[in-house]
Design a protein around this ligand. Sequence first.
Ligand code: F6P
Length: 319
Amino acid sequence: MALAIMCSGGDSPGMNPAIKKFVDYAFKNKQTPYLIYDGLEGLIDNKIKKATHQSVAGIMHIGGTIIRSSRSKRFFEYKYRKQAHDNLLSHGIKGLIVLGGDGSFRAMDIFSSEFNLNFVGIPSTIDNDIYGTEYCLGVDTALNVIRDALDKIRDTASSFNRAFLVEVMGRDCGYLAIVSAMVSGAEVCVIPEAPFESEKLALRLKKEVEEGRNYILAIVAEGTKKTTEVYNWLQESIGLETRISILGHIQRGGNPTVYDRMMAFEFTIAAVDYLLSHEDSNKVAVFQKGEFKLIEIDEVVSKKYQLPQHYLDTINYLD
Ligand code: F6P
């Protein structure tokens, strides 16, 4: 059977190990692997090539994706989705794996409802915001990039009487921020999923500053759009000179951690096995309570990811 893999939306570390595993595992199962370059844009433009072992040699340790990705506006028009489907047919591709996030799965949900596709999505986004899975490829690497930055910022913060505000990515989800706050011991964490109780928090932190605390680390999720508000609060209500660091796209780079490589292998094996035993799958491979499962894509895109309650409870400790 001809099988293809592509990336869509924001790249994430772990995509390359998944691509490599896909090619190796397809050959092991006597299938023909194809690589689709440039995401949904490349699917429309027929940038589809048969893979060899050589095409994926030496990529395990590289961040991003060697087959590149895109956010496609054209794919939201029927005529381009039809063109994309014709391209898959012209190569005889009978199974498709898409490494992507929420937006890509929405596009694939539409695509798979219009055409007879055999499709499995693998959650791949540093945001960890996809319903039905506890883990998305790239998250561990991004958290380690943030942890490294926070450890360094704490070094300089603790050498001065200062507050540091670090804005992290995550789109509308506070996962990266809350986990980073937990593992770095940040004094303040502001995420979209919880109210920023600035007055209560100011009472406690001001008292601590009066009693000798000389620096504060505050982590703000980009989705809150509260970076300026928290900056002003740190300066005016807490009274500490404040600096802002917006970590930005460095959070999407870096060589995938061991965990991301292992998760890439497991997700890919689950996806290929499923495609080989089905003809019209519209599923997403998910990780739940230590197991890999396949769930319907329309369930994934119609429901919202919720942060674990015990993570949210850590915010209360900061009050
Ligand atoms: O979805 C991944 C992500 O990195 C988000 O965290 C961020 O909001 C967004 O993509 C940035 O998108 P772009 O790379 O298009 O600027």
